[in-house]
Design a protein. Structure first.
Ligand SMILES: *[C@@H]1O[C@H](CO)[C@@H](O)[C@H](O)[C@H]1NC(C)=O
Ligand SMILES: *[C@@H]1O[C@H](CO)[C@@H](O)[C@H](O)[C@H]1NC(C)=O
Length: 437
């Protein structure tokens, strides 16, 4: 009898231990590690928020003027190109692209970001990590040399690739802070598996890679740092999911055909620039703010510059709730439904873009407002300045026509007729060692 009772007790303790240990990882809301990260992310977002966003938009416009009209004249660069010289058509690219030693001086890139993500340095303070292995077979103890192993390290890292590779992520890749993914010198695809997740982190550069055909994940145990792993629920199938994260720069990336969004930015993320990137073949392109009740998204400040919104895109370039988005000098070549949308009073400053509407007579409007009557949305500040409108495109502005943004001396954007030139090299670049990129 005693033995049986003793055995029962041991069994009960065993069951208790197994289940409570599992429960610790069962839900990230209840997980202390994630709670701590959420708090830190909140502080980082408050520190990164710019109370005078016009200082950032003015600075960018100023730099574009100087790069097109100044000593770094684009026309001169275009002419030089006939003789094989480097052609960089916007101030971000001019900062690094025309240097033959880009491969030995990769971290120079970190000095080049403009817009709200301007303080992003990624892995600049760290070592170079070379990804040699495209596999993704162990989500809890990833193999050395894989992208997942690189991205869970605690220290800053500048991550590069030994050769061309296509990485199929078995589940979402949960990144850590202070990292650069630098695909220059190789053709790097993240494709046909799960996507990248930036959750409660800061300071990340994603550069010169291709992200496409991203699928929903099943969830399961996934390591998210050297000292923690946990149970994750299904991932949505976003290409890049930015959740409560700050100081992010996405540059020269191409994205298409994901199960959910190409880029989602939610849960009070801020200080983000998406530049020189190419988007195609997708329905819901970019969602900035996913919840009507989540007012904390007012902290969102995002720059979209020199991107090409290309073939086969339907809507959400972007779709915004609450935040502030500077959409500047992008090229939009036809959408199916609309280009820029939103709800819950976001501020949209559209400057110097080149919009070509589709032939469908019912889809000529660039803009779309959701869940609000005109009496409500007429107060939302949506401004178009210097945009080029082709094939019947039109941008319905709102907000007080005399609305003054914080600074009176607002710098005019470079007009939309320059957008195709500024965005000419969107998407990944083919960079060869010892040659201008
Ligand atoms: C021209 O480009 C160089 C190199 O990127 C940069 O350092 C310089 O500030 C630019 N000049 C102007 C006038 O913008
Ligand atoms: C990232 O780097 C900064 C500056 O070096 C450091 O203060 C911060 O703690 C790092 N973040 C993490 C999460 O390691």
């Amino acid at each position: 009898m005693d033995t049986i009772r003793y055995m029962t007790l041991v069994l009960l303790i065993f069951i208790y231990v197994v289940f409570t240990t599992k429960a610790d990882h069962a839900n990230f809301e209840n997980d202390e590690v994630w709670q701590k990260r959420a708090k830190e992310a909140n502080t980082a977002a408050r520190l990164a928020y710019q109370p005078n966003p016009m200082s950032v938009t003015d600075n960018l416009n100023n730099r574009v003027h100087r790069s097109v009209d100044g000593s770094n004249n684009t026309r001169r660069d275009l002419k030089n190109n006939i003789f094989g010289a480097c052609m960089a058509t916007n101030p971000i690219d001019q900062c690094w692209r025309c240097q033959k030693n880009w491969d030995k001086n990769r971290k120079k890139l970190a000095d080049c970001v403009l817009g709200f993500g301007r303080k992003t340095t990624g892995g600049k303070a760290g070592k170079i990590y070379v990804v040699t292995d495209p596999s993704d077979n162990d989500l809890v103890n990833p193999k050395k040399g894989t992208l997942r192993h690189a991205l869970i390290q605690s220290e800053p890292l500048w991550i590069i690739f030994a050769h061309d590779m296509s990485i199929r992520l078995a589940e979402e890749l949960i990144m850590t802070s202070n990292k650069t993914i630098d695909g220059r010198g190789a053709q790097v695809h993240i494709a046909n598996g799960a996507g990248l997740t930036l959750q409660y982190i800061s300071n990340v550069i994603i550069h010169n890679i291709r992200v496409h055909d991203i699928k929903k994940g099943n969830g399961g145990l996934i390591r998210d740092s050297l000292n923690h792993y946990g149970q994750r629920t299904q991932s949505d199938g976003d290409g890049i999911s930015i959740f409560g994260s700050t100081n992010i720069w996405i540059d020269h990336v191409s994205m298409s055909k994901c199960d959910d969004g190409l880029i989602d930015i939610v849960e009070a993320s801020t200080a983000i620039t998406i530049s020189n990137s190419h988007f195609a073949q997708h329905n819901e392109v970019m969602l900035f703010g996913a919840s009507d009740s989540y007012k904390k998204d007012q902290i969102m400040q995002i720059t979209l510059a020199f991107n090409h919104f290309g073939k086969g895109l339907k809507q959400r370039m972007p779709r915004v709730r609450y935040g502030f988005v500077h959409v500047v000098n992008n090229l939009y070549t036809r959408w199916e439904m609309y280009a820029i949308g939103g709800s819950h009073g976001p501020t949209i400053l559209s400057q110097g873009n080149d919009f070509t509407a589709p032939n469908n007579p019912f889809a000529k409007e660039v803009t779309k407002r959701d869940y609000a009557t005109e009496s409500v949305w007429k107060n939302w500040v949506w401004k178009s300045e210097g945009d080029v409108m082709r094939n019947g495109a039109f941008f319905k502005q709102s907000g007080n026509p005399r609305h003054k943004f914080a600074s009176d001396s607002m710098i005019k954007p470079k007009p939309g007729k320059f957008a195709s030139r500024l965005a000419k090299f969107s998407g990944p670049l083919k960079c060869i060692k010892n040659k201008e990129c």
